[in-house]
Write a protein that binds this ligand. Sequence first.
Ligand SMILES: [Mn+2]
Length: 511
Amino acid sequence: MRLSQLLKYENIIVQCHNNPDADALASGHAITQFLKQHGKNVRFVYGGNFEIAKSNLKLMVEDLSVKIHYVRYQDQLNELLGIGREDLPDLLITVDSQYGEGNIQHFDAKNIAIIDHHQVSGNLPELSEVRSYQASCATVVWDLLRQEGFYVDDDLKLSTALYYGLMTDSNNFSELHHPLDLDMRDELKYSPSIVTKFKNSNISQAELRIAGIALLGSEYYADNHYSIVKSDPCDPNVLGIISDMLLEVEDVECCLVYSIHEGGVKISVRSCVKEVKADELAKFICQGVGDGGGHNIKAGGSIRRSLLEKQEMDYTPATIQQFFRTRMKQYFRDNIIIYADKYKADLSTMNVYKKKQIHLGYVKGTDVVPAGTKTIIRTLEGDVNIAIEEDTIIMIGIRGEIYPVNLDKFNSSYKMLDEKYTYPGEYAPSIKNIADGMSINILPFAKSCLSTGTGQIYARELTSRTKVFTRWDPERYYLGRPGDYMAVSYNDASDVYIIERDIFGKTYEIK
Ligand SMILES: [Mn+2]
């Protein structure tokens, strides 16, 4: 959906979920500003049983001039818009939530639109933009506004609101992984002093007590050095604070903190050992019932009530506790860890495969930035640090992943093609000059090439989850799931790595 599609309506309500959080406030505020600029009769509202009470949110409303109305009845809504009692708003847009969900009060309108970043629940109206992979609704809104040429940076209060929305929905940015979220964090102009002020009222006295009580009930599992803690319902931020604290405890290497809410369970995950990446653990815990992600050390996730119930589970604290205990146990049980420098693969269990000829993209580094520039290339798979030299070629793999090679290596393994290059991914990789922060889309510079397919490897399909610390990166493991392949270089049995199943099928064939 594009925001311009909403401009054919006149009387518009923007509504966020009950008990608004910073992300909901920021998203609704931004959409309202956009519609106002286009001369629409628009009001931003929320309903439910409680008025905004948290101190950081009250500060946000005040300091960033967020005009939001607390509304309980349809009559009030119509009155706000100045339309008749019998009439209805032309359009109601829900932000950071989905129309019809349990966490947002029901109001009637002639048309419905949805802008959100939660998992899709039920049928979406035609006017909807739900990106479940985004860390905040503010990111979705920021991107939609950008498409319309509406620059939020022109309004420091508005851009600060969006920044704070993303910050609070991602535990101070620690649970970010999607490149668009990173782009927004890096590109928004915001007021550091205002954000600092909000941060100092981050948790209320009541939440401090919730955190204290939660810690008292901490369960420790000595066999695999992890803790599980249940907290009473609270802001996801508080979960992050509890899990950060747990990780400081001796012998606790990983932890899972969760709180049960009406529509689902929020989790926060931490790890301080290289054998467990917090984001991977969070994904594992949420698999099939929600979504998790973040970084090596800090991650978070949410589990949907309806998906748990689909698995024949009652939504009771006891069953949910059992669910987490089982998932954590599974995670540590079905787990093979390989340290490549100390490993000798059993080649008798593996087959020999050879590389297929495949079409890839490449960009000559100096076509984009001068030689000697230190850069970060941002892709869907993460940020890659690359120093651009005279002979640096940036390769674009079959899934849009980026890796550098030098010209000699390029000439020996690839053949330049005349055809036009088509990018396979959804997020266009950009190159960022570290010195001045400027970002440039690299796709306009991309050309086609063919890998000449000379390499041979040994490989075997995995039957259990396998973590490989490769020789070139002994700090971070690559995870292989059952069905993926473990590969060993043809000439060196300790050069072990993981190739994902779909990439393996596209790039290798049996010899
Ligand atoms: Mn949100």
